[in-house]
Ligand binder design. Sequence first.
Ligand code: SF4
Length: 354
Amino acid sequence: MLRRIRLAQLMMDKACRKFGRPIRIMEICGTHTVSIFRNAIRESIPPMLKILSGPGCSVCVTDTGLLEQIFSIAQRKDVILATRGDLLSVPVDSGRQKLMEIPSTIAVTSILEAIELAKIHQNKTVVFAAIGFGICVPGTAVAIEQAQREGVDNFCIISGLKEIVPAMKALLTEKNHQIDAFLCCGNMSAISGYDIYNPIMNEFNVPCLPTGFEPMQLIEGIAEICRQLIEGKASQCYDFAVSLTAEGNKIAQKYTADYFDVVDDYWRGFGKIEKSALRLKDKYDKFDAHKRFGIKRTTTEDVSGCRCGEVICGIIEPRQCDMYGKECTRQNPLGPCMASSEGACRTWQKYSRK
Ligand code: SF4
């Protein structure tokens, strides 16, 4: 293993010498954010290699408009809102209210648990806040299929499901022109297939490398990015995450296509991104909370002073936000990047070494 680490370091050193300027690699997966900090990967690579945290935390990229809609649904007397834990502590509005303060909000570990809740509480509608990226979508489709098959009519979802590739494109075209490469999520790529990155690599010649979450996979993945940057050509190389294929998981993709349409949607830090989100098809209307409660998808301003949008786009580091570690801490988060367990601000504060 030491030999592999040494070889990786040699490649990184070579790239730094060739470029003579900081090389900016953006990771776009919340689990990578945490693993990179927990394993001190930033401290293990040359200082000229900069790892930026991008839009990889699904809770962080959920815009204030959708959060407010989830909040208002949770306040209905006829509703139980079920969600995974991270969303509970995100401040929603200028009053800094949180979902965890609403008694009828329940933390669940999966959407299937939400369906079970609906079976128990038949006098209420159980709304599951489906916040996540492509990897969460097939499971959501399977759950809708189950709810339909079992006649669980008092169940629906509010969708904050998103696709990462349109955001990668938006970063390169509008938001951040300083990104040299992307470190992509191995898990998500296993579902989508690694061919989804071809448009980015072909159009921008920016390496897109999926890796697993283990330290060695990350270090060798970063070294492979350096090799591609030295060669000046982004190319497919998928040795750093197991179980990847070009086409991905066809069964999971079919579920996604059968149940969801790809639509434009709002992202924190980006505004509206074309064809970047998933909404239930019209034939599953009754499982769509927006349609069920007659709510139109809108967006609103972020909490004043919070710079999560810039953190998500890799424009600033968390410590450049004036509120980082002062008004905004892990104990009292003001923005989603501090509230979510995979948020960049929270991870910085938890693992940064002085
Ligand atoms: S430190 Fe807090 S207020 Fe600042 S960007 Fe991060 S979450 Fe927002």
